[in-house]
Ligand binder design. Structure first.
Ligand SMILES: [Zn+2]
Length: 259
């Protein structure tokens, strides 16, 4: 079977990622904050929705679930107990979710929220990671109901995957994140190039996502907390008691909150 991964735009900057099985015309969506754009795409392409996967409870990720289930009553809802939706399959760290003949491992990547999950889908040995609001291209999520320590652990775990892995974050925050990155590392050519590329894509309405692990290691300052240029950039703006990765990471998150 051939599986396609397609972004559906929602609200102003959300992406609802859709897995499409071209062999049987079935589809899975991840974090449908809105139902209408999903239904429109399914109808336009002759697809049937069979499952919904949720990463965390925020309304812009779950708001379309009930309406989608009304339209497609057989839809199988996969979520954590804490996600505030009527799930058919409760999942947590270590669970496995099926996408036809492919399997996705469920990782707990708390920090943005306490029970945030990522779905790590393996296709022919390559990881496709649906990471919600944990990792963005060039940045990471804010801390709401989790802790900065949890977020650091989660981002470190996501950063540990092989470089050809692909990340599918739920928001198009790339330009803003890269501008922040340049405020920390003004001489980082990879960030400069990525910002130029993201600006050109935005002008054409093309998503900057997904992104590879290799790319993120070059452009995402939250993955670069041991780089002398990042430590220097942060300490020029905020006094650091030490240069441990968690200290630098927390200072970066603080600076980005006010950027
Ligand atoms: Zn969120």
């Amino acid at each position: 079977m051939s599986l396609q991964i397609h972004p559906i735009k929602a609200f102003t900057d959300n992406y609802i990622w859709m897995l499409i099985n071209q062999s049987n015309h079935q589809a899975i969506v991840i974090d449908p904050g809105q139902a209408a754009p999903v239904i429109e795409y399914l109808n336009a392409n002759g697809l049937e929705l069979t499952a919904i996967w949720i990463t965390h409870h925020h309304h812009d990720h779950t708001g379309g679930v009930a309406e989608l289930q009304e339209h497609f009553p057989m839809t199988h809802i996969v979520a954590h107990n804490d996600h505030g939706v009527a799930q058919d399959q409760a999942v947590k760290e270590g669970s496995t979710v099926n996408a036809w003949c492919h399997a996705a491992q469920v990782w707990e990547v708390a920090g943005h929220t306490a029970n945030h999950l990522a779905y790590v889908l393996d296709i022919d040995g390559k990881k496709h990671i649906f990471c919600g609001d944990t990792l963005f291209s060039g940045g990471c999520g804010r801390v709401f109901t989790g802790t900065i320590e949890q977020l650091f652990t989660s981002i470190s775990r996501l950063a540990s995957v092989s470089e050809d892995s692909l990340f599918y974050p739920a928001h198009e925050y790339t330009q803003s994140n890269l501008r922040f990155g340049l405020s920390i590392e003004p001489d980082n050519i990879a960030i400069q190039d990525a910002l130029n590329d993201a600006t050109a894509k935005a002008a054409q309405g093309i998503p900057t996502l997904p992104v590879s692990g290799l790319h993120e290691h070059a452009v995402n300052v939250f993955l670069r907390t041991t780089e002398p240029s990042v430590i220097a950039g942060v300490s020029a703006k905020i006094p650091l008691p030490d240069d441990k990765p968690l200290t630098v990471f927390a200072a970066l998150r603080e600076l980005k909150n006010n950027f």
